[in-house]
Design a protein around this ligand. Structure first.
Ligand SMILES: C[S@@+](CC[C@H](N)C(=O)[O-])C[C@H]1O[C@@H](n2cnc3c(N)ncnc32)[C@H](O)[C@@H]1O
Length: 296
């Protein structure tokens, strides 16, 4: 039930709901790190998605009065966003990555990796030929693996995760994108349960936040699975294991690409002799390195 004093109480069009939600989000000092970066964009995303209004809808659709039922549905989710601090994607059960929709729940990280730009660009100029076999380590919702599979329609993609719950979500998404014939989901602790096989491209957005930094994250992040965020004491436990095992899994001209976010300095300090290339992003993002198999 909407509080009568709330700016939401009298809102009954898409525009009014967005304006009221923006005001309330600002007052509540929410954190935005899961696809938007300000109150208004978050309000637009949430209201338009709940009401299934296209983002390019005509003015009339935005200013037409809504039914009471649709209004209450939107208001309830706006209030939930404020009261629970859940990221919008969990409230909607959906997130977008690489222009593709993915089912998500609290067992997987909300997709937001700068990998999307690399995938759009076919990993050029780093990949010299189309990858035939791709491996995604720590697949979560499957977003990176699935986007790779759709971008390279002749490739076979293996996607691994240690979390059964994450693999269940990934399976739904593999099915949703009709990729069951080219994708394989494997429960594995990094490479441990993976059969010996060579890949032209290994990609990973592993957990890479230190335990101390995870504890200090805003409330929104505490709805995400700790296993998706925390990479041990200094954050680099899983990255180390990927680096150790990648050489024997890559083809001779294969490439390993790993996201480590803000850990670039820590990586350079921990691996001073490793020939890592730090990738640049036009659409924002940082902390993704690339290594050729010959340099591992
Ligand atoms: C940062 S999330 C990335 C999820 C997804 N790739 C994305 O970009 O949204 C890391 C994922 O690694 C998985 N993970 C954590 N430890 C692992 C391990 N030892 N072996 C395999 N996967 C692991 C987590 O369950 C989580 O789904």
């Amino acid at each position: 039930m909407t509080n009568l004093l709330s700016p939401l109480s009298s809102a009954n069009t898409v525009r009014q709901l967005v304006e009221s939600a923006t005001e309330l989000f600002e007052q509540a000092d929410l954190f935005y790190g899961h696809g938007t970066d300000n109150a208004q964009d978050e309000a637009v995303y949430l209201v338009f998605s709940i009401l299934e209004v296209p983002f390019d809808a005509p003015e009339s659709a935005i200013d037409d009065p809504l039914s009471d039922q649709r209004c209450e549905q939107a208001k309830a989710i706006i209030q939930q966003r404020i009261e629970t601090r859940q990221p919008a994607a969990y409230l909607l059960g959906e997130a977008w990555f690489c222009g593709l929709p993915f089912y998500v729940n609290e067992n997987v990280l909300v997709p937001r990796s700068p990998f999307a730009e690399l995938i759009y660009d076919y990993f050029e100029p780093w990949m010299t030929k189309e990858p035939k076999n791709i491996l995604d380590i720590g697949t979560g919702s499957g977003c990176i693996a699935i986007a790779c599979a759709l971008q390279f329609p002749d490739a076979k993609v293996d996607a691994i995760d240690l979390s059964d719950e994450a693999l269940e979500v990934a399976a739904k998404n593999v099915d949703r994108h009709d990729l069951t014939d080219r994708m394989r989901l494997v429960k594995s602790d990094v490479f441990a349960s993976l059969e010996p096989k060579k890949y032209d491209l290994i990609v990973s957005n592993p957990p890479y936040v230190s335990a101390e930094d995870v504890a200090a994250l805003p409330a929104e992040y505490h709805h995400e699975p700790v296993m998706g965020l925390e990479g041990g004491g200094d954050g680099l436990d899983i990255v180390r294991r990927i680096l150790t095992g990648a050489k024997e899994r890559l083809t001779d001209d294969g490439v390993l690409i790993v996201e480590v976010g803000l850990m670039q300095e820590a990586m350079d300090a921990s691996f001073p002799n490793l020939s890592m290339t730090w990738l640049d992003f036009v659409q924002g993002g940082e902390g993704v390195f690339l290594i050729h198999a010959k340099d591992l």
